[in-house]
Design a protein around this ligand. Sequence first.
Ligand SMILES: C[S@@+](CC[C@H](N)C(=O)[O-])C[C@H]1O[C@@H](n2cnc3c(N)ncnc32)[C@H](O)[C@@H]1O
Length: 205
Amino acid sequence: MPGNPDDGVTDQKVNKSAYWNAIYEAEESPRWSIGVAPSLKHWLETSGAKPGRVLLPGCGYGHDAALFAEHGYQVVAVDFAPLAIERARQMHAGARVDWRCADIFDLTQTDAAAFDYLYEYTCMVAIQPARRAEYARLCHDLLKPGGRLIGSFYNHGREGGPPFDITREQVDALYRALFKIHRLEVTPHSIERRQGHELWADFQK
Ligand SMILES: C[S@@+](CC[C@H](N)C(=O)[O-])C[C@H]1O[C@@H](n2cnc3c(N)ncnc32)[C@H](O)[C@@H]1O
C-alpha cells in the first residue's frame, strides 16, 4: 500500500492513548511540543482564507488551536491523551476552543462532513503507518465538500518512529484520489531542527 512503510506490530502501541499519555506524564514538555508552528502563523497572516470551522486532530497542548481561535475560526481540537487535553485547557483557558478527549478515528460517527478546514500537524506521523490510508480517508470524510486540508507533513528521513517519516511521494499517493492537491512543497517556515523537512500542504475536497 502506498505511504505504508511499516506495519509492524510494534508500531501498534501508538494506537493507544495510554502510550501517549504516559509520555505526557513523564515529560511536561515533550520534544514535539514546539508552541505555534511557524508555517501556520505564516499561513494565517498571509493566505487571506475566510475563517470557518476547523478541526485539529492530535492537537497536543493546542497552541495551534488557540491561534486559529484568535484568528476568528471556530475550533475543534481533539487528542485522545487525557493529560494533553487537560493541560491544553489550562494553558489556553481564555481561548474559544472546543477541546475534546477522543480518538480521531471515532469522529466520523459525530462529525462527518462538519468542517471547512482540517489542520494537519504531526498527527499523520504519530499514527501507525499501517493506518495511513484510513487516516487520509478520515480527513476526507470529516471535511465538507470543497473543504480544505492544510498543514504540514514531516519528512525527516529517519528510520522508526513515532514520528514515522513520510515522503512527498507517499503523501501524494495517499491523498491524490481524495483531494485536489493545490500545494505540497517544503516550507521555509519551520523551527530550526525541522528546516527543509516539513511539506506544506493545501488540498481541497
Ligand atoms: C507527536 S504528538 C503532536 C501533538 C501536537 N500536534 C503538537 O505538534 O504539539 C501527536 C499527538 O497525537 C495524539 N494522537 C495520536 N493518535 C491519536 C488518535 N488516534 N486520536 C487522537 N489523538 C491521537 C497523541 O496523543 C499526541 O498528543
